[in-house]
Design a protein around this ligand. Structure first.
Ligand code: ADP
Ligand code: MG
Length: 249
């Protein structure tokens, strides 16, 4: 329900790649991918290691420059725009927090970069911290937190300036199973609450099937199929998708 409302209001959170190509020497990391996540949608990029998931995400984020193709966020062509001006929140697998800054300063950092005044920075950082249920931890240093808590702080930092789109590259892969499942629920909850578009990279079929509205399956830099979890499960369009989805444990 909430999703339809967001979709009706604006396409601000739509993110798309068109004819994306990125080669590294003779390796075709991304080999002509066209794909869109609609406003408020949770889109998983799923595929085995080396299938090009991270390269696509880095092209969306602006840390990789495509050899060909286009990236759009909302109605803006951002292909030639630097990462910090693309209005995207990002969470990666690990090493994402600044170790020498308190939790609150870590979260406030993107606001500082945008020239937001100190009092407002702090208020918004505290609000983001509360959103990930770590209100008491603002003064701690990252090393004093568990892995799961650190990922929640990274999430708070990614949402603190309320970007319309969140990019996540295997954000839960370093966590143990119980914590991973807890965080999967939290991220879904947060995504719905904020109405934010999520592009979520994972090699874990179960994670993609349980979290995503739609899944894009990649193999060797190519898009094999895009569909709902049910589409992929019940009507895989090629043998690779059938085999890969079938490996779900
Ligand atoms: P995934 O995230 O699905 O594991 P990647 O996008 O990281 O896949 O990598 C796709 C392919 O591109 C792999 O063969 C990888 O070795 C290669 N690759 C990725 N980044 C680089 C790089 N910076 N230099 C050289 N090769 C790279
Ligand atoms: Mg990767």
């Amino acid at each position: 329900m909430a999703r339809e409302i967001v979709l009706g209001q604006s396409d601000r959170g739509r993110v798309a790649v068109d004819g994306l190509i990125r080669h590294f020497g003779s390796v075709r990391a991304v080999d002509g991918v066209s794909l869109a996540a609609e406003s408020g949608e949770f889109l998983a990029l799923l595929g085995p290691s080396g299938s090009g998931k991270s390269t696509i995400l880095m092209c969306i984020a602006g840390f990789e420059t495509p050899d060909a193709g286009r990236v759009t966020v909302g109605d803006r062509d951002v292909t030639a725009i630097p990462p910090q001006r693309r209005e995207l929140g990002m969470v990666f697998q690990r090493y994402t927090l600044f170790p020498h800054m308190s939790v609150l300063d870590n979260i406030a950092f993107p606001l500082k970069m945008r020239g937001v005044a100190r009092a407002e920075r702090e208020a918004r950082a505290r609000e983001a911290l509360a959103t990930v249920r770590l209100t008491e931890y603002g003064a701690r240093m990252p090393a004093q937190l568990s892995g799961g808590q650190q990922q929640r702080v990274a999430l708070a930092r990614a949402i603190v300036y309320r970007p319309p789109v969140l990019l996540m590259d295997e954000p839960l892969s370093a966590l143990d199973k119980a914590l991973r499942e807890e965080m999967q629920l939290e991220i879904k909850h947060l995504q719905r609450e904020l109405g934010v578009t999520v592009v979520f990279v994972t090699h874990d079929q179960t994670e993609a099937l349980t979290m995503a509205d739609r899944i894009a399956v990649l193999d060797h830099g190519r898009l094999c199929q895009v569909g709902t979890p049910r589409d992929l499960y019940e009507a895989p369009q090629d043998p690779f998708v059938a085999r890969f989805i079938g490996e779900t444990n």
